[in-house]
Design a protein around this ligand. Structure first.
Ligand code: 6PG
Length: 471
């Protein structure tokens, strides 16, 4: 590691945990001089040990030393846990900063917090923007997907660094300015909501193969690996196939892992905000619900005895079952993206983000957790029609759904008849069936509301607002 003069580091990172450390090394690999700050001396030391010859890296536990090392106007990225730690980090930096300096929040911050921080800091002349970062540890090190939004001028100044470190797809960087205000954090939040949905769907697929079809783990593993070579190709399917290979002694490691799923909250925020915006995202809701259901283990153990009931085996050739399930999974994954993207469409209008979903889907094609071959189809759909309200309304996507829906219905018939919980799958299909219904039974709900609460209703044969004395 070379010794650099003070005051000449291009970029600074606060928080040298998994994401901070790996992103810092990635930036250093690309030839930028980078300073890191962490109050924990062990983290600082271990990072120094990881740096290689030619890297221009400075690591410190002292805020003053960190700020003094940075070129002016300074650019500092926070990679600390969402919530209070972000406010604390900002408070520790601000007294030492000058007007024109930039702070970027690279964590999974709640979008409303980003708006508040933006307003507080812009009053002090400090540029602030939120940038979602996806790809986990290896993404941060080798090329993440970056979702910046907010202060466009500040982003433009740092664009060369972000384009250099991001993942690339066909030579195009997986980073682009996404929109106003908290757009970057919002898009990352919905990315995570979709991530929750797809993870749940893959878990249900595993359960169907094991419990309903009676396949062994090796068959499930090989099937996922094979599917990943085709149109279902995606990071989440790929890693699940790898997970299912891992053994400890003669046992599969997954069989030793507790089924109590944890979460940090981004999936729940997606669902909560979708409800505020009145956008249906039922697969994401189901995924959040199932993580919650998983933690009721003692109750589930009791219910497993009291409510025990065995279905019957599905007696069909394995190839038929696998082919059906492949089509079904393709269908439900498309509808999950459709829900998240529809949420972004509405959020963009409600919060004036001015998102371009062609750009969002382009940025998601590589580096991020929900990267998948399908993203290219979605990008094409938005490129052909920038005003597309829902990807279910794109002709190519619609054909994909129409050609796979029959298989999904067959899969669900067996799953439901045998009592296998498939709420992700079921909600994906119900969303599709509701969305394509010319008439929903919600006229009954309007009549009920008017009956008991005089809430009035509209008619299809006359203009105006009506109330009936029903009894
Ligand atoms: C990513 C991931 C990342 C993180 C999730 C985990 O895009 O790299 O989404 O942000 O792994 O926040 O979320 P849960 O702990 O809620 O599952």
């Amino acid at each position: 590691m070379s010794i650099d003069k003070m005051n000449n580091y291009d970029f600074g990172i606060v928080g040298l945990g998994v994401m901070g450390r790996n992103l810092l090394l990635n930036i250093a690999d690309k030839g930028f001089a980078i300073a890191g700050l962490d109050l924990d001396p062990q983290k600082a030391e271990s990072l120094e040990a990881e740096a290689s010859e030619g890297h221009r890296i400075k690591v410190t536990t002292q805020v003053k030393e960190f700020i003094g090392a940075l070129q002016q106007p300074r650019a500092i990225m926070l990679l600390v846990p969402a919530g209070k730690p972000v406010d604390m980090a900002i408070a520790s930096l601000v007294p030492l900063l000058d007007k024109g300096d930039i702070i970027i929040d690279g964590g999974n911050s709640y979008f409303a917090d980003t708006d508040r921080r933006f307003n507080e800091l812009s009053g002090m002349g400090i540029h602030f923007f939120g940038m979602g970062i996806s790809g986990g540890e290896s993404g941060a090190r080798r090329g993440p997907s970056l979702m910046p939004g907010g202060d466009k001028k500040a982003y433009e100044r740092l664009r060369p660094i972000f384009e250099a470190v991001s993942a690339k797809v066909n030579g195009e960087p997986c980073v682009e300015f996404l929109g106003n205000g908290s757009a970057g954090n919002y898009v990352k939040m919905v990315h995570n909501g979709i991530e929750y949905g797809i993870m749940q769907l893959i878990a249900e697929t595993y359960d169907l193969m094991k419990r309903l079809y009676g396949f062994d783990t090796q068959t499930v593993q090989q099937t996922f690996e094979k599917w990943n070579e085709g149109e279902l190709n995606s990071f989440l399917l790929e890693i699940t196939a790898q997970i299912l290979k891992k053994k400890e002694g003669d046992q599969y490691l997954v069989d030793l892992i507790s089924d109590w799923a944890r979460s940090k909250g981004t999936g729940k925020w997606t669902s909560q905000n979708a409800m505020d915006l009145q956008v249906p995202v039922p697969v994401i809701d189901a995924a959040v619900n199932m993580r919650d259901m998983s933690k009721y283990k003692p109750e589930r153990l009791e219910a497993a005895k009291l409510l025990h009931w065995d279905g019957h085996a599905v007696d069909l050739p394995a190839t038929t079952l696998i082919d059906r399930l492949k089509q079904a999974l393709y269908f439900v994954i498309i509808t999950t993206y459709a829900q998240g993207l529809a949420q972004l469409t509405v959020a963009s209008e409600s919060y004036s983000y001015e998102l371009d979903l062609r750009v969002v889907t382009k940025v998601w094609r590589g580096g991020c957790i929900i990267r998948a071959a399908l993203l290219e189809d979605f990008r094409k759909a938005y490129a052909a029609n920038p005003d597309l309200r829902n990807i279910l309304l794109d002709n190519t996507i619609a054909q994909k759904l129409l050609s796979t829906q029959a298989s999904l219905r067959e899969v669900l018939k067996d799953a439901i008849a045998n009592g296998i919980p498939v709420s992700g799958y079921v909600n994906a299909l119900s969303y599709f069936d509701a969305y394509r219904s010319e008439k929903l039974p919600t006229n009954i709900i309007q009549a009920q509301r008017d009956y008991f609460g005089a809430h009035t209703y509209e008619r299809i044969d006359q203009e105006g607002i009506f109330h009936t004395l029903w009894d």
